[in-house]
Design a protein around this ligand. Structure first.
Ligand SMILES: *Cc1c(COP(=O)(O)O)cnc(C)c1O
Length: 432
């Protein structure tokens, strides 16, 4: 299996190189040169996510040092469930795929756990452990730290801005055991990002520490995300004989791309509808055919505050990239939908999930009745309690995994916002 750049100006590479590089050297994003053929009957015979992931993803490692390692990586990466739940007893054809039962309460746990297990497998065979460097203003860093904890052959260095993130988020970045290192940087998020960029650009530093990234454009995050869409589609299809439509809350199009790839692989997936917050780039593109990136605007579904979706250029690289609708949902409509769903069914949705509930409600009745629909639920509502609680008039309890995080001790180093300081911190960091 070879991966090619969406811009076509970079050499084709195997999975290990695509994972370590993140973006392709021509600035494009890696996609498989051709998707493998799949034996649907073999997939249908699996239960759970780990088994399915192993069969589905093994071909993506072919011809690389990861060949043969899919079973171990998937068994360890998919160690929490993604249940389908029916929020409204009266709507049998509406199910929510809850992707937030991982240790940090958001679907990014899937991508982060899988990617780190790949890095760990690659790093154990290498002279230098792989160091994953991330700048974070919140969520991604928590998932990355948690995913890396205790893994040999790799380390995670997480930079975040001092005094610019919530106390809970800071705790969630600083509570992980080695090989995770949290660095609290004097400066803002842009300072952190600039430091990371400069470190990658410094060839000597980059080589010395085998630096790599774990951001949303990594193909290593898309691959595992295909698996839960496939699981849901197979289960619904087995039960109803119909291909479910998917409604996917979207920022950078990661989950959406994964679902489209799963459909192109041959999984029984019907129409794909995207739900965005007030950021209009995707809705305008779908309506007009013209793509125009915009500055992002702040919304209450803030993990989707994206004006230039980083995965957009991957759409053009897929044969089956058809998107059947894009619904833009304002903050007002998010709040109204959260309230309506809670009051009629008792189901509590996070603001991102509420965009999908609203987009589903807008689908014309005849199309809704044609098939079952599966909506992505991307975060636990307790992570967005400040938004959710005033709307539903009730407190939302932290799930046990998130509550456990607050019990953990914190370990963090303060550094000035300079490249020298980061280089010194990398030198003296915990050995993997
Ligand atoms: C990252 C994130 C999203 C957006 O996901 P993409 O795959 O980038 O579109 C949606 N909801 C939550 C809670 C997130 O953390």
């Amino acid at each position: 299996m070879l991966y090619q750049s969406t811009r076509g100006q970079a050499p084709k590479v195997t999975a290990d190189a695509a994972l370590k590089a993140g973006a392709a050297p021509d600035g494009g994003l890696y996609l498989p040169e051709a998707l493998p053929g799949l034996n649907l009957a073999a997939l249908e015979a699996t239960t759970g996510l780990g088994d399915l992931g192993c069969i589905m993803l093994a071909p993506f490692f072919a011809d690389s040092p990861l060949d043969g390692q899919a079973p171990a990586i998937c068994a360890d990466a998919f160690n929490f469930p993604a249940p389908l739940v029916q929020p409204d007893p009266d709507q049998h054809d509406l199910q929510v795929l809850e992707l937030f039962h991982g240790p940090t309460g958001a679907f990014k746990d899937f991508g982060a756990r899988f990617l780190f297990r790949c890095f760990s497998a690659l790093g154990q065979g290498a002279e230098t452990p792989i160091t994953v460097l991330v700048a974070t203003s919140g969520d991604t860093g928590g998932a990355v730290g948690c995913a890396a904890e205790g893994l040999p052959g790799t380390r995670a260095v997480i930079l975040f801005p001092k005094s610019r993130i919530s106390a809970f988020q800071e705790h969630q970045l600083c509570c992980w055991e080695p090989p995770v290192e949290a660095l609290r940087v004097e400066g803002d998020f842009d300072t952190c990002q600039a430091l990371v960029k400069a470190a990658f650009a410094d060839k000597a530093l980059s080589a010395e520490h085998a630096l790599t990234s774990a951001n949303s454009i990594s193909i290593g995050r898309l691959l595992p995300q295909m698996v839960y869409w496939a699981r849901a589609a197979l289960d619904v299809y087995a039960r109803t004989g119909k291909k479910p439509g998917l409604v996917i809350p979207t920022g950078n199009l990661g989950n959406a791309l994964a679902a489209l790839m799963a459909r192109e692989l041959g999984l029984p997936i019907g129409p794909v509808v995207l739900a965005t917050n007030a950021n209009a780039t995707l809705a305008d593109w779908h309506a007009s055919g013209q793509y125009e990136a915009r500055p992002s605007i702040a919304t209450i579904a803030n993990a989707m505050d994206v004006g230039a979706p980083s995965n957009f250029e991957r759409l053009a690289g897929l044969a089956e990239a058809r998107i059947d609708g894009v619904e833009r949902v304002t903050d007002e409509a998010i709040r109204a939908r959260m309230k309506q769903v809670f009051e009629t069914t008792g189901y509590v949705a996070c603001p991102h999930t509420a965009t999908a509930l609203e987009a589903h409600a807008r689908i014309p009745a005849d199309q809704k009745a044609e098939r079952p629909w599966v909506l992505g639920a991307t975060a636990h509502p307790a992570k967005f309690a400040d938004v959710v609680e005033p709307v539903i008039g009730r407190t939302v309890d932290l799930p046990p995994a998130l509550a456990d995080v607050l019990e953990r001790p914190v370990r963090v180093r303060d550094i000035p916002g300079s490249s020298d300081a980061l280089a010194r911190a990398l030198e003296s960091g915990v050995p993997a």
